[in-house]
Design a protein around this ligand. Structure first.
Ligand code: AMX
Length: 435
C-alpha cells in the first residue's frame, strides 16, 4: 500500500467513531433552522452538509484542512527551485489532513505517473466531437466516457460492495482520474486551439510542470499551474460543483459519473464560467475604446452600463464570502511579483478600485468584493493562454482535487443517499399564515 493510502486508511479508522457517536448519541441536536427565503432562495446558509476537507469563513475565506492559503503555500513541499508546492502533496493534504514530507509528495507524483495514460477511445471520442464544442463539454465527455474504467462500479457489479472498504475503490477511481485530468485538459487544448499538435508528457516533471509542458507554455507557467490548481481545488461542500459531485456520488454512482456531473455545474456562468466572462467583458469594453486602457470615469460608466442592462459584474460577489476572496489576493500577489506593469493587470486593479463602491451604491449584491474569477484570466492571458473558453477546464482540473477527496471521504464515512424534502407554495403560504 502507498503511504498516502496507508495514512488515509488510518485517518478513516480514527474518524469513523466520531461520526457514529454524533449520529447515535446526538442525532437530534439542531444546527440550523430553515426560513421561507432560504427554501426559495437556493438554500443559502442552511447548514446541512458535512465536510472536513475545507471550510469557508465568510470573512476570512477558505481554509484547506485548517490551513489558510498562505500557510498551504508555505508549508507544503515544493519541487526543487520552485516557489509553489507540489499539487500532488496538496492532494495528500486534502485527503489525509497531514502536510506530507517531500518524499511522500513525490510518491504521489509517481502514483499519478503510473496512472496517467489516457485510453485511446477517449482520444477517439474527443477527436470525433465537433471542434467548436466547448472545451468543458469535451472535458466532461472524456471523464464520463472513462466510466467503464471504474473500479468501484466493477466491484459493485460483481457483488463485492462492502460498506467499510468501498472507499478504497473510490480512492482508486479518484487517483486514476486525477492522474489523467491534466493530460486530458492539455490534449483538448492542443487539439482545439493549437493546430492539433498534442505534446507528449514529460514524466520527469510533477503535475504542474508536466501540465505546463503539455500545454506548450514555458516556465514560470508551471508555477501558475501549481498555484491555480491549488487555489481552485475546494470551497467547502455547498458550491454547485462540489455539491453536485457529492449528490451524484450519494446514489453510489462512481467517481466518473459524479465528477462529470460536477464539471457540468462548474460550466455555468454564475460559477466557473465567470473567469472567462470577466476577460470577455474587459476585452469587449477595451475594444469599444479602440484598445486603450480606460480612465477611471470610463470604467465607472462601463460598470453602470453593465448593471443597468440587467447583467451582473462577472468576478464580483459571492454566495458565502463577505470580503475580498483570498484566492483573488493570492493571484494579485503573483501579478505584483511577476507582471506588475502588464496593462490587463492594471485594468483588473482599477476594477478593484471602482466596482465595490458601485455595487454598494446599487445596493443589491450582498458582497461587493471580487471573487477568485476576477483575477484568474489575467495571468493566463499574460502567458499566452488567450483562448478563454478554456479557462473553466483549468478550474475543473483544480476543482477535481477537492471534490474527489470529498467523495472518497463520503464513502469512508458511509454518507447516505441525499434526499432533502420539498414543500409546495401552498404549504409555504400556510406556514406564513396568509392562506
Ligand atoms: N453584479 C451585479 N449584481 C450582483 C452581483 C454582481 N457581481 N452579485 C450579486 N448581484 C445581485 C444578484 O444578481 C441578486 O440580484 P437579484 O436580487 O436581482 O436577483 C442580488 O445581487 C443578491 O445576490 P447575492 O445574494 O449577493 O448573491 P448570490 O448568492 O445570489 O449569487 C453569485 C452569488 C456569485 C452568483 C453572484 O454574486 C454573481 O452572479 N456574481 C457574478 C458572477 C461570478 O462572479 N460568479 C463566480 C462566483 C465564484 C465561483 O463560483 N467561481
Amino acid at each position: 500500500m502507498s503511504t498516502l493510502k496507508d495514512v488515509l486508511a488510518k485517518k478513516i479508522d480514527e474518524h469513523r467513531p466520531r461520526t457514529v457517536k454524533l449520529l447515535k448519541e446526538h442525532g437530534d441536536v439542531k444546527i440550523s433552522d430553515v426560513t421561507i427565503s432560504q427554501a426559495i432562495g437556493g438554500m443559502r446558509g442552511v447548514k446541512s452538509l458535512v465536510t472536513d476537507i475545507s471550510y469557508l469563513d465568510p470573512y476570512e475565506g477558505i481554509r484547506f484542512r485548517g490551513y489558510t492559503i498562505p500557510e498551504v503555500m508555505e508549508k507544503l513541499p515544493k519541487p526543487e527551485g520552485k516557489d509553489y508546492p507540489y499539487v500532488e502533496g496538496f492532494f495528500y493534504l486534502l485527503l489525509t489532513g497531514d502536510i506530507p514530507t517531500k518524499e511522500q509528495a513525490e510518491e504521489v507524483v509517481e502514483e499519478f505517473r503510473k496512472r496517467s495514460q489516457i485510453p485511446q477511445y477517449v482520444i477517439d471520442i474527443l477527436r470525433t466531437m465537433p471542434r467548436d464544442s466547448h472545451p468543458m463539454t469535451m472535458f466532461s465527455s472524456a471523464i464520463l466516457a472513462m466510466q467503464r474504467e471504474s473500479v468501484f462500479a466493477r466491484n459493485y457489479k460483481e457483488g463485492k460492495f462492502n460498506k467499510f472498504t468501498c472507499w478504497e475503490d473510490m480512492y482508486e477511481d479518484a487517483m486514476n482520474l486525477m492522474a489523467k485530468l491534466p493530460h486530458i485538459g492539455a490534449y483538448i487544448y492542443r487539439m482545439k486551439y493549437k493546430g492539433d499538435t498534442p505534446i507528449e508528457p514529460d514524466f520527469s516533471l510533477d503535475l504542474g510542470g508536466n501540465f505546463a509542458h503539455m500545454m506548450g507554455i514555458e516556465p514560470p507557467y508551471d508555477e501558475v499551474a501549481r498555484m491555480y490548481f491549488i487555489l481552485h481545488s475546494d470551497h467547502e461542500s455547498g458550491n454547485v460543483s462540489a455539491h453536485t459531485t457529492h449528490l451524484v456520488a450519494s446514489a453510489l454512482s462512481d467517481a466518473y459519473y459524479s465528477l462529470s456531473a460536477g464539471i457540468d455545474g462548474l460550466a455555468g456562468p454564475l460559477h466557473g464560467l465567470a473567469n472567462q466572462e470577466v476577460l470577455g467583458w474587459i476585452q469587449n469594453f477595451m475594444d469599444q475604446l479602440g484598445g486603450e486602457v480606460p480612465t477611471k470615469e470610463q470604467l465607472q460608466k462601463a460598470v453602470w452600463d453593465t448593471l443597468n442592462s440587467g447583467q451582473v459584474i462577472p468576478g464580483y460577489g459571492h454566495a458565502v464570502l463577505r470580503k475580498t476572496d483570498p484566492r483573488y489576493t493570492s493571484q494579485r500577489e503573483y501579478c505584483q511579483k511577476h507582471l506588475p506593469d502588464y496593462p490587463l493587470f492594471k485594468l483588473v486593479s482599477m476594477l478593484y478600485d471602482v466596482v465595490p463602491d458601485i455595487l454598494r451604491e446599487q445596493g443589491k449584491a450582498k458582497n461587493p468584493w471580487p471573487n477568485v474569477d476576477a483575477h484568474s484570466g489575467v495571468i493566463q492571458w499574460y502567458y499566452g493562454l488567450v483562448e478563454y473558453d478554456f479557462y473553466t477546464v483549468l478550474f475543473g482540473i483544480g476543482r477535481a482535487l477537492g471534490v474527489l477527496a470529498n467523495i472518497t471521504w463520503d464513502r469512508a464515512l458511509g454518507y447516505p443517499i441525499e434526499r432533502p424534502k420539498s414543500v409546495t407554495t401552498d404549504m409555504l403560504e400556510e406556514a406564513a399564515g396568509i392562506k
